[in-house]
Design a protein around this ligand. Structure first.
Ligand code: 0PR
Length: 361
């Protein structure tokens, strides 16, 4: 029996989405290419330069360098690796708010650096005092998140940059999810706003490219050299990526999506998604749930566990934050109709929950 991929019509938990039609088409055309071997596959390699130029434009980077990764995890690991290579410390540490993605834990494990996780403030943003108190002469990297996985919050990136500089450390911004919506907000998050050294920005999330398509950007090409190893039997002489063979589909798809959507398409998508998030937040608040303000198109609300489980049983793909709140990511495939149907199901469950149980006597 042939198994089909599931439809997106009940998917509210994903940070990936249906690729733009041009991105889907490009992925298919470049499926058999490998940008990991540019001497053999020069066309997709040239496309990767276009991808980095476009990502740089989005992220305020004048002379962009970087590469298309397998996702945010690889980009974050490589950013930690660059910082570890740059520091003189023999016992380097990375300071990150608790809102940081678990990929940094993987990076710390692999690279043998200490991960110092500091608390967030009452708005789920990096607590600057806590960051300041945690950095020391062994700090190689300070991490800020621009669009957190759980609450969609944006850390105060310029202030984190100042702290990093005062400790002679690098600054990494994880905009894996937020990078394609933040250009249309007033937040300060990118290379043009602060002393950012490295950034994660993933086309396969809000960028509407096919998986796998992540992005690592670096302030200057020398930073990529920290990752380079010699490649004796390839026509190219060195390789900075973590993976060897890579998907040309991801690279081509990223370029196709960005060419089709940057900036007007992404802007209208952001407006639509943000309006949807605000509509959902409002609907949940009206029903008495405590809701974390959707500063970006992501809503978290303290829906009880039993209700959450009943919604999942109805087929809704929803997830929870570490503290148990319902989390809905308003990705491009999430329509107002889907959200209205979700709220309809929630109302039916709540009505049932409030009907008194018949007693025998
Ligand atoms: N940085 C941030 C801020 C992220 O949110 C994520 C993934 C990553 C890095 C890692 O990116 P990759 O998964 O591309 O390596 N955040 C989601 C998560 O782990 C990813 C996700 C995607 C979850 C699709 C569910 C899903 O259906 O929760």
């Amino acid at each position: 029996m042939q198994i089909e991929p599931q439809a997106f019509d009940r998917v509210l938990s994903s940070m990936c989405t249906e690729p733009h039609p041009a991105a889907r088409d490009a992925a298919e055309r470049f499926l058999a290419t490998n940008p990991g071997d540019p001497g053999t596959y020069p066309n997709v390699s040239a496309l990767e330069d276009d991808a980095i130029a476009l990502l740089g434009e989005i992220a305020g980077l004048d002379d962009p360098a970087g590469y298309v990764t397998s996702g945010g995890t690889e980009a974050n690991i490589q950013a930690v690796r660059i910082a570890r290579e740059r520091t003189d410390s023999r016992t380097p540490n990375v300071v990150m708010p608790e809102s940081g993605h678990f990929s940094f834990q993987k990076a710390a494990d692999l690279l043998g650096v200490e991960l110092r996780i500091v608390p967030t403030d009452d708005r789920h943003r990096a607590d600057l005092e806590a960051v300041r108190a945690s950095v020391d002469e062994d700090t190689a990297l300070v991490v800020g998140v621009a669009g957190t996985t759980e609450y969609g919050r944006v850390d105060p990136i310029p202030a984190l940059g100042e702290i990093a500089q005062s400790a002679d450390a690098m600054l990494h911004v994880d905009a894996a999810w937020g990078g394609f919506v933040l250009p249309f907000t007033d937040y300060e998050w990118h290379f043009g706003h602060a002393a950012v050294d490295t950034m994660t920005i993933d086309p396969h999330k809000m960028g509407q490219a096919a998986v796998p398509s992540g992005g690592l950007l670096v302030r200057s090409p020398e930073l990529l050299d920290e990752l380079a190893v010699d490649t004796p039997y390839l026509e190219s002489t060195s390789q900075a990526t973590l993976t060897g063979t890579r998907s040309g589909a991801g690279v081509a798809s990223a370029v196709a999506a960005m060419e089709a959507l940057w900036p007007a398409g992404y802007r209208s998508q952001y407006v639509r998604s943000q309006n949807n998030a605000e509509w959902l937040a409002d609907a949940l608040e009206k029903r008495g749930y405590r809701v974390a303000d959707p500063t970006l198109p992501l809503v978290a609300a303290d829906v009880p566990r039993s209700t959450f489980d009943a919604l999942r049983a109805k087929g809704w793909r929803i997830s929870r934050t570490a503290t148990g709140e319902l989390r809905v990511v308003c990705m491009p495939h999430v329509t107002r109709e889907m959200l209205a149907s979700f709220i309809g199901d929630l109302d039916r469950l709540e009505v049932r929950a409030s009907v008194p149980v018949a007693s025998d006597d």
